[in-house]
Design a protein. Structure first.
Length: 305
């Protein structure tokens, strides 16, 4: 009973008030007038008693009806309270589930980012190893060429010395011929040196071009990475979309303009790519001027997934 009073004080108050009203009605409807003596033939007292009995029955019936309504009201409020508590419990459970899903999503994104960084490091290591091997091969080739040249010069010198001794007695007669041969050998030597220098210059030019191409690929990767970090995925955007964008920058890396030149087929995704490039400004630029000039106006594929 006390638990019911604590949980529904208003309903209990209504019930008590109803009982008091019924009690007042009962008191004021009773006949308090003294009974007068009547003759044996009179029937009024019997009628009065019948009326009072009916009135008491009506009052009792009203009292029971009031108690029933009060009980029903208490029960309705109890059910309403129970439904409210169940609803609040469901809301708490929903929030807990949402927080758990958000935490799991964040952990998945962290793992994906760590895997991507590890992959980039491995690729950079492989690239550095390939460049080292290429440089070692070039140095070995240059060394072998120098040794071949030195050997050729030594052999030519020994041959010339033998020829000089052999032709010492005929020096006067064949001096002109010897001079001609010497000039021919000198010319051949110069031509061989020129050819070697041209070969070295061509290899150096190829290495420089390769260095520029490698640097271009590297900085395009840096730029794409920064743009992807600045990208805000449009709600409902499907995975697997990609587009190609053209970017114009001014010295220092600030974006002058950006536009999609190959659409993904999704206009909202295309606009999000352009906005990501603008938010990523200034873009990372190489310090080497020979490489930086290639980034005044360039294209790259935007595929954030």
């Amino acid at each position: 009973m006390w638990k019911a009073i604590r949980e529904n004080p208003r309903a209990v108050a209504y019930a008590v008030l109803m009982h008091l009203v019924l009690l007042v009605l009962l008191v004021f409807n009773l006949d308090w007038t003294p009974k007068t003596s009547r003759t044996a033939g009179e029937t009024k007292p019997i009628q009065a008693e019948l009326i009072d009995q009916r009135r008491l029955e009506v009052i009792e019936q009203r009292k029971r009806q009031a108690e029933l309504e009060a009980k029903q009201k208490v029960e309705a409020e109890r059910k309403q309270q129970a439904e409210l508590e169940a609803k609040q419990k469901a809301e708490v459970e929903r929030k807990r589930q949402a927080e758990l899903e958000a935490k799991q999503k964040a952990e998945t994104e962290r793992k994906q980012k760590a895997e991507l960084e590890a992959k980039k490091k491995a690729e950079a290591k492989q690239k550095a190893e390939a460049e080292r091997k290429q440089k070692a091969e070039l140095e070995a080739k240059q060394k072998a060429e120098a040794e071949r040249k030195q050997k050729a010069e030594l052999e030519a010198k020994q041959k010339a010395e033998a020829e000089r001794k052999r032709k010492a007695e005929l020096e006067a007669k064949k001096k002109a011929e010897a001079e001609r041969k010497r000039q021919a050998e000198l010319k051949a030597k110069k031509e061989a040196e020129a050819a070697l220098q041209a070969s070295i210059a061509a290899e150096q030019a190829l290495m420089e071009e390769q260095r520029i191409q490698n640097a271009l690929g590297e900085f395009v990767g840096y730029i794409a990475d920064k743009v992807e970090r600045s990208w805000l995925r449009p709600p409902g955007s499907p995975k697997g979309l990609r587009c190609k964008v053209n970017v114009k920058v001014i010295p220092g890396g600030d974006v002058a303009s950006v536009r999609v030149i190959e659409s993904s087929g999704d206009a909202v995704f295309d606009r999000s790519a352009e906005n990501a490039v603008l938010r990523a400004s200034p873009l990372p630029m190489p310090k080497d001027a020979a490489i930086a000039r290639h980034f005044r106006d360039f294209n790259f594929n935007f595929e954030p997934y």
